[in-house]
Design a protein around this ligand. Structure first.
Ligand code: C2E
Ligand code: CA
Ligand code: CA
Ligand code: CA
Length: 278
């Protein structure tokens, strides 16, 4: 029985890990990376208004001593310790492998495969080149890979950000702003950046029916996206009522438990196959 030594099992994202717990976690995560064991990318499908799969977000899973450690817990540890560079490389490589493996199944549709990029990873020198190399070595079609960046990252060091984005954009990489509405990017910045999509943060989406303030924010974000000619996707869509509200507010892309939780690659394949049979 290893309950006693597995302290990670009891973490929920809200909890702050103590320093020694964080050091343990860092060591174990490093070992997991070195052995390439226990890490996996899950896919959460994204849907059109007609409920056709039009993309997927890749979400990292770490299974450790038989339990999943939430990414909200281990990603910050990786960020603080610098392990995020290796972890980020792992994500890029594995994302491209998944993209390559799905190429044929996806050839009948517009599709984007979105990966989360942490600020420190994006700031790293040579980040763009690294991504382009991976895309090229897996011969991925233009427009397949989408990078999810956060608002905070976009507004700091704008010159470096734009330079990196343009280099990637030239080769067909797409960009979305994650958790949109929780930061404070101005219209001016949004307009000057090579962006494709705004992802409305789930904290607004989930309360649109009960919180008039959140409903106004979501409407405002969607109309702002239209003005800027950006796509908009709502994440955290859990009920049909919320989806109906979003449709009435002109949202055209949806992601959330109403449709599917993040699932392993084979389950995602099954979702695609089932769609094709219909
Ligand atoms: P995020 O990028 O905002 O990802 C969305 C989170 O919402 C995911 O949590 C997803 O499982 C969850 N979610 C999706 N639909 C629903 C829904 O309908 N209701 C609710 N309540 N939740 C929903 P997850 O997978 O635990 O990831 C948490 C965060 O960890 C992510 O937030 C992201 O910031 C980070 N993360 C995950 N994978 C990676 C990665 O590969 N690299 C980096 N840098 N960060 C990652
Ligand atoms: Ca995300
Ligand atoms: Ca998000
Ligand atoms: Ca609220």
């Amino acid at each position: 029985k290893d309950d006693g030594r597995n302290t990670l099992r009891f973490f929920v994202p809200e909890m702050q890990a103590s320093l020694s717990q964080r050091m343990d976690m860092e060591r174990q995560l490093r070992a997991a990376l070195e052995a390439d064991e226990g890490l996996e990318l899950y896919l959460q499908p994204q849907y059109t208004e007609e409920s056709i799969i039009c993309g997927a977000e890749l979400l990292l899973r770490w299974q450790h001593n038989g339990a999943f450690v939430p990414p909200d817990v281990f990603i910050p540890v990786a960020e603080d310790s610098g392990l995020i560079y290796r972890l980020g490389d792992w994500v890029i490589k594995n994302a491209c492998e998944i993209g390559e493996g799905l190429k044929d199944e996806l050839s009948d549709r517009e599709f984007s495969l979105a990966l989360n990029v942490s600020p420190r990873q994006f700031r790293q020198k040579g980040f763009s080149e690294k991504v382009l190399e991976a895309i090229e070595s897996h011969q991925l079609p233009r427009g397949l890979i989408e990078l999810e960046l956060t608002e905070g990252l976009l507004i700091e060091d704008v010159d470096d950000t734009v330079a990196k984005m343009l280099l990637l954009r030239e080769q067909g990489v797409r960009f979305s702003i994650d958790d949109f509405g929780t930061g404070y990017s101005s219209l001016r910045y949004l307009k000057s950046l090579p962006l494709d999509t705004l992802k409305v943060d789930q904290s607004f989406v989930q309360d649109v029916l009960t919180d008039p303030g959140d409903a106004s924010i979501v409407r405002a974000i969607i109309s702002m996206a239209q003005t800027l000619e950006l796509e908009v996707i709502a994440e955290g869509v859990e009920t049909e009522a919320v989806r109906d509200f979003l449709i009435s507010a002109n949202c055209v892309r949806f992601q959330g438990y109403l449709y599917s939780r993040p699932v392993p690659l084979n389950d995602f394949r099954a979702l695609l196959a089932r769609e094709r049979e219909q």
